[in-house]
Design a protein around this ligand. Sequence first.
Ligand SMILES: C[S@@+](CC[C@H](N)C(=O)[O-])C[C@H]1O[C@@H](n2cnc3c(N)ncnc32)[C@H](O)[C@@H]1O
Length: 446
Amino acid sequence: MADWRVAREEMVARVRGRGGIGEEVAGALRAVPRHLFLPGVPPETAYRDEAIVTRRDAEGRPVSSSSQPTIMAVMLEQLGMEPGHRVLEVGAGTGYNAALLAYLAGPGGRVTSVDIDPDLVGRARGHLAEAGFTGVEVVCGDGAEGFAPGAPYDRVIATVGVWDLFPAWLEQLAPGGRIVAPVDLNGVQRSVALERADGRWTSRSAVACGFMRLRGPFAGPEVLRPLDPESELMISLPRARKTGDVLAALGGPAAELPSGVDAGPAALADGFGLWLAAHEPRWCLLSESRPRWLTAGAAGGPGFTMVMGIVEDGGLCLLHPREAPAPPVVRAFGSGGAVLAADLLAHLRAWDAAGRPSTPGLRVDVHPGNGHPGSDGNLGDGVQAGNGMQAGDGVLSGGDGRPPGVGARSRAGDDDGSGTAPGDGLVIRKRHTTFVLSWPAARGRT
Ligand SMILES: C[S@@+](CC[C@H](N)C(=O)[O-])C[C@H]1O[C@@H](n2cnc3c(N)ncnc32)[C@H](O)[C@@H]1O
């Protein structure tokens, strides 16, 4: 029977070709047969460097998958596993990443993986047993609560998008430990590796990513709304709000405006996407699996398309990247589209003038508490009843040296779209914590 070693080796070469993957992680990818974790998927498909959705909800939203091997490998690099480590994974899914973790932890280590879906837990256990990873403990539960019986952990990794850092994780992490999680930064995700530093948590690295979101009572306010099941057009918003009829807007006439900023798709997705999400509360992301609504006028062939923009009831504008040196174009839809397009262009120019800050230069500091009365003042506290999602949550302009939550100006009702320059710090209040984003090395263009 074919063991698919050659296909696996080719997958490892592709993942390594995308950069930054060391020998240990490459060895794990080589050793674990991904196809055994994806029964029913043709093995040649299992060895593509692609995410494979394994479960959807009733409205067609993906709720479980085997993530793209490249992002798994990058996050394992961020995690910095050593033999003998005790690891907690949140989001067991197929069990494949748990097997990679078990390989890296070695016989002296221990891996516990939690998933909220009992059916997936049963399957992950079966896949791990078939692949020979009998020591991994797969637990059914809400991963936001960690898994206290297995604590303390040297490493905690989430393979599902989270809106906040959960007190249970911080409590269950051993001194000197590290957390790697895809955290929400006002609607965009970055996989951030965090370690303790002077009463806060500070990032060692940050990488762009796009994971499905945590389900259950600890879910964040982000919204993923299906718009057209045929093309799988979806709109992502940092929080629920009125957008008007987006399909009607997209189906109507569009005005096209040149942007004049010569940034290609990668720089826009990685740098400007984060900038826009941080500075613009009306930010949105449209994505589509089968070309129907987003391709007209956009560069690139058929396939998965993602376009960022600004939406309001009555208007929509989208930024369509083109291969550099051709600058992206802004397309405006609906009666309010032109005004939104002008706002989007102002953001684009501000990002450009600030030196195009991007994810590799990003620093994320996570402070205890969120500045609201009744929030946790201590990252080691237990989980408190949710006090998030109030109108005041969101991006704040601050960064004047005051501790987060003290006198910072709320962006709720502050819709001028302006923001603080990189380096000054952008403050995002969560339920249990406050995130401060900065770009220590960024400079304005001279
Ligand atoms: C992208 S998949 C994880 C992929 C997995 N690591 C693998 O290698 O196949 C995300 C998983 O997170 C799980 N999940 C969602 N919310 C959760 C929660 N609150 N606690 C634990 N798991 C959760 C989903 O059921 C899903 O299986």
